[in-house]
Write a protein that binds this ligand. Structure first.
Ligand SMILES: [Zn+2]
Ligand SMILES: [Zn+2]
Length: 386
């Protein structure tokens, strides 16, 4: 599909469903606010519902069902299925099928359903409103999801559930509070529009602005601001590199409420088999990305062969130490449990621990000289000439 080719027909139902709520949110919602006002009760419910919708998508549709990053108790799956219908982003089967294709063919304008290569608006919104070849419904890659009776039920009653969650629930909350219209506008329309567009930012903005520390060859980027709007989904370069990790923000200070929710639920036995990438794999991916980036920069400095040679030598040294460190760390962890069963001499366990600590220090020193070298290469980059 090329943007310049004759455009496929519009899907009118999608255009109306996706077009009318933003118009209401931009006109009637503020008008009602000025003339009648919204109170604290309505704003609290607004926050509760937007969080419920967004996290049903991020923790449920995305990390649980599309990527199998963990497993969840039926109660939690049922809650996510309701929240997914409330978010009005199609049933989970269709959502996950598109999303798995997005990962598999990322940046392929013919096959990636929301390829960022076709522009911001296409990847944000446009891909849903025309009959593009890459977005035709094809559930052949989600056969596993048909084994989940909750998803089969959600698919069957999807329209009923969306009406119940998007109209019935706001009307009920408003009725109990004595302001049906205010509740419908705030919880029905504004909440829906914001939650949808925050999610769409992951397909558009998170493929355009941010850093690419783990895989520089694809458009997905890590962006803390988008993570803030999307309950942690903005660390998108990491996610595209290790999609099966239940976390997107891997550092403790990364804003990833979805990760916190999944982890907290594991303490309550509502989630289990959480899959997480090892520090060694993360660091190797980061190192490889830095190496390829620096290699390209070497072409622009004086004496490129000399720089390439030095870079290669440091890279080899660092990867060897890293591999060794990971190996010894593994042995040490294993030794701790074996020592409990008295099959390993205490001295050996202590020796491994010492070896591990030594390697950790060596790794830190080598990393420092690696960073220095990268800075040096960057500093020697010749200005580009036309
Ligand atoms: Zn993506
Ligand atoms: Zn994903």
């Amino acid at each position: 599909m090329q943007p310049s080719a004759k455009k496929p027909p519009i899907i009118w139902i999608n255009l109306l469903v996706l077009g009318i709520p933003p118009l209401v949110a931009l006109t009637i919602v503020p008008w009602y606010g000025f003339t009648h006002g919204y109170d604290l009760y309505e704003w609290v419910w607004f926050l509760v519902l937007i969080t419920f919708c967004e996290m049903s998508i991020t923790a449920g549709y995305h990390r649980l069902w599309s990527h199998k990053a963990y497993q969840a108790h039926p109660i939690l799956r049922f809650i996510f299925a309701l929240g997914g219908a409330c978010a009005l982003q199609n049933n989970c089967m269709v959502w996950a099928a598109d999303h798995r294709r997005h990962h598999r063919y990322v940046d392929d304008n013919e096959k990636d359903p929301y390829s960022a290569g076709l522009g911001f608006w296409y990847s944000h919104f446009g891909w849903m409103i025309r009959e593009y070849d890459s977005t035709k419904e094809d559930l052949s890659n989600v056969g596993d999801l048909f084994k989940d009776p909750i998803l089969v039920w959600q698919k069957k009653y999807y329209v009923h559930l969306t009406l119940l969650m998007n109209l019935g629930l706001p009307i009920l909350i408003g009725y109990l509070h004595g302001d049906i219209w205010g509740s419908l506008l705030l919880l029905g329309f504004l909440r829906l529009v914001l939650s949808q567009h925050f999610t769409y930012l992951i397909n558009s903005a998170a493929h355009m602005w941010g850093s690419r520390q783990y895989d520089p060859k694809q458009t997905a980027r890590d962006n803390g601001f988008i993570a803030f709007l999307t309950y942690g989904e903005g660390y998108h370069n990491y996610h595209h590199t290790f999609a099966w990790d239940y976390r997107n923000g891997i550092k403790w200070y990364h804003y990833d409420p979805t990760k916190w929710l999944i982890k907290t639920c594991s303490w309550l036995k509502l989630t289990y088999n959480l899959r997480a990438c090892s520090v060694w794999r993360q660091e190797r991916a980061r190192l490889d990305a830095q190496y390829h980036h620096a290699l390209a920069k070497c072409e622009k400095v004086l004496h490129p062969a000399k720089w390439r040679q030095q870079l290669e030598a440091e890279y080899q040294k660092l990867t060897q130490t890293m591999n060794h460190w990971a190996e010894v760390r593994q042995q040490w962890y294993e030794s701790k449990s074996r020592a409990l069963h008295e099959t390993l001499h205490e001295f050996d366990a202590e020796h491994l621990k010492q070896r591990y600590e030594e390697l950790k220090i060596r790794l830190r020193t080598q990393r420092r000289s690696w960073e220095n070298l990268l800075q040096h290469i960057a500093g020697n980059t010749l200005p580009q000439t036309a």
